[in-house]
Design a protein around this ligand. Structure first.
Ligand SMILES: Cc1cc2nc3c(=O)[nH]c(=O)nc-3n(C[C@H](O)[C@H](O)[C@H](O)COP(=O)(O)OP(=O)(O)OC[C@H]3O[C@@H](n4cnc5c(N)ncnc54)[C@H](O)[C@@H]3O)c2cc1C
Length: 412
C-alpha cells in the first residue's frame, strides 16, 4: 500500500508533523527505530510556548518550572523568578513526552511502527521507496531522524548539521530532596575551567534530576569533573544514578546550526536533522515542533497541487527562514558568538544578570531567553539598547575583548 507521507523518526518533530498531516485525512506512516518507551538522552526542559501545539498533561510534565539559577565560579548563584502563566515551563522525561506525542499522532490516524530503522530512501519519478525491515512506498518523505540519521541524510545528498556533544545522567532522589536542593528552577552552570565552550545543567523532575554537560569536544571526563565540583556534588548526596537499557551515563550530540537546503524533490528535513536547535541553551524541542508544523503546511499544499518537486517543497525553506531563522535562530547564532567564542562567557553572564537586576526591561528579556516570551531578535535588541550599561558592568577591558566576536556576530 502506498502512503501519502512517510515520516522517518518518532521524536517531537516526527510525531508533530505526523499528527498535523493525519488530521487532514491523509494517509501517514511513522517509522521509529527505537522501541516504544525508549530512553531519550535529554534534559527535558520546555517553555510554555510548547503548549501552542497541544496541551501537555500533568504527569507527562513532571514539574512546573517557575524560575532559573545561573551559576558562575566567581558570583555563585544568580537566581531569577519566572512566575506568571506565560513565563513558566515544564521539566519531564522525554520517554513520556515522546510516547505521548506519538500516541496523539496515532489517535489522529497515523500508522506507527516502532523498532523500524530505515536503511535507505530512494527517490523515483512518481514515488519514494523507503527501505528497512520492510519496504514501503509514498509520495513524499519527511526526515525527522534527529542527529541519529546522519548516514541516511548523507546518502540522500543532504547536508548534516554541525554539532556539539552532550553527556548526561538522571539521578533519582525523593521529591522532598529535589524540592529542597533544586526547587522549581532550572540550573545552568557556566564554568570555563570545566568546559571552555559549553554549559552544565541540573533540570529537576518530580523525584529525579537530569545532570549534564555539553559543548564542543565534551567527553565523559568533563561530566565526571562536573559531578565532582563543589556546587553540584553536595546537591547529589542523596541521589542514585538511574539505569536505562543497562546504561547509566548517556552521550548524544546536539546540532549547532541550521543546514542550508533542507529539502529535495519529495523530501523535507525537520528538527535536529535540519539543525534547528537553539545553541544558547541548546534546547531544540520547540524548534523541532515548529519546523514540523511548517513542513506539514507545505506538504498539505503540495498534496493539494499534486506537486512534490523541489520548487514546490522549497516553500518549506522559505517558511523556515521567515518563522524560525529571521526572528529567532539568526539572533541565537549572534548570542552564541558572543557567549561561546569570546572568552568572556562567565563575565557576560554576570554582567547581564547585574544589568537585569537594575533594569526591569532587561530582567524581562533575560527571563525570555528561557521562557521564549520574546523572540531572540527582541532580546538582542534589548541588550543592544542597553549596551552602555552592559559595558559599565563588564568593565572597559572586557568590553574591548568582546569586540572581535561582536563584529562576527553582527555579520550573521
Ligand atoms: C543531553 C541533551 C539534553 C537536551 N536538553 C534539552 C532540553 O532540556 N530542552 C530542549 O528543548 N531540548 C533539549 N535537547 C535537544 C532535543 O533533545 C532535540 O532538539 C530534540 O529531541 C529534537 O527533536 P527531533 O524530533 O528533531 O529529533 P529526536 O528527538 O532526536 O528524534 C529523532 C528520532 O528518530 C529516530 N531515528 C533516527 N534514525 C532513524 C532511522 N534511520 N529510522 C527510523 N528512526 C530513526 C530516533 O530513534 C529518534 O527517536 C537536548 C539534547 C541533548 C542531547
Amino acid at each position: 500500500m502506498a502512503y501519502d507521507l512517510i515520516i522517518v523518526g518518532g521524536g517531537p518533530g516526527g510525531a508533530t508533523v505526523a499528527k498535523i498531516v493525519a488530521e487532514q485525512g491523509l494517509n501517514v506512516l511513522l517509522l521509529e527505530a527505537g522501541e516504544e518507551g525508549r530512553y531519550k538522552c535529554c534534559a527535558g526542559g520546555i517553555p510554555m510556548r510548547c503548549e501552542d501545539f497541544s496541551p501537555i498533561p500533568h504527569g507527562v510534565n513532571e514539574r512546573v518550572i517557575t524560575g532559573g539559577v545561573l551559576v558562575t565560579p566567581k558570583k555563585g548563584l544568580m537566581e531569577f523568578d519566572a512566575t506568571g502563566e506565560k513565563n513558566k515551563g515544564f521539566c519531564m522525561f522525554r520517554t513520556d513526552f515522546d510516547k505521548f506525542l506519538v500516541n496523539q499522532a496515532h489517535d489522529a490516524g497515523v500508522e506507527v511502527k516502532y523498532k523500524f530503522r530505515v536503511k535507505n530512501v530512494h527517490i523515483r519519478e512518481e514515488k519514494v521507496e523507503v527501505k528497512g525491515p520492510h519496504d514501503y512506498e509514498c509520495k513524499c518523505v519527511i526526515i525527522a531522524t534527529g542527529i541519529g540519521g546522519a548516514i541516511l541524510q548523507r546518502s540522500l545528498g543532504i547536508e548534516v548539521p554541525p554539532m556539539v556533544n552532550a553527556v548526561q545522567a538522571e539521578f533519582a532522589m525523593p521529591e522532598t530532596i529535589v524540592d529542597e536542593q533544586f526547587g522549581n528552577k532550572i540550573w545552568e552552570f557556566f564554568d570555563t575551567s570545566l568546559i571552555d565552550h559549553g554549559i552544565a545543567w541540573a533540570f529537576p523532575k518530580l523525584n529525579a534530576v537530569s545532570i549534564g554537560v555539553l559543548g564542543k569536544g565534551v567527553k565523559k571526563t568533563h561530566f565526571d569533573a562536573f559531578l565532582q565540583s563543589r556546587k553540584i556534588k553536595q546537591k547529589l548526596v542523596n541521589g542514585a544514578m538511574m539505569t536505562f537499557s543497562g546504561r547509566k551515563i548517556w552521550a548524544a550530540p546536539i546540532p549547532d546550526k541550521m543546514i542550508k537546503k533542507p529539502y529535495r524533490e519529495r523530501i523535507m528535513v525537520i528538527g535536529d536533522a535540519c539543525g534547528t536547535a537553539d545553541p544558547i541553551l541548546y534546547e531544540g524541542i520547540y524548534q523541532a515542533r515548529m519546523s514540523a508544523k511548517l513542513a506539514a503546511e507545505v506538504f498539505c499544499k503540495a498534496f493539494e497541487e499534486e506537486d512534490f518537486g523541489e520548487k514546490s517543497l522549497s516553500r518549506y525553506n522559505k517558511l523556515l527562514l521567515k518563522e524560525l531563522y529571521n526572528e529567532e535562530l539568526r539572533y541565537t547564532y549572534r548570542f552564541h558568538q558572543l557567549l561561546f567564542h569570546s572568552n568572556q562567557l562567565e563575565n557576560l553572564i554576570e554582567a547581564t544578570y547585574s544589568l537585569a537586576q537594575e533594569d526591569p526591561g532587561m530582567m524581562e528579556s533575560t527571563i525570555a531567553l528561557f521562557s521564549g516570551t520574546q523572540t531572540r531578535k527582541q532580546i538582542w535588541e534589548s541588550l543592544m539598547s542597553n549596551k552602555w550599561k552592559l559595558i559599565k558592568h563588564l568593565g572597559i577591558l572586557n568590553s574591548l575583548r568582546l569586540i572581535p566576536s561582536l563584529l562576527r556576530a553582527l555579520r550573521i
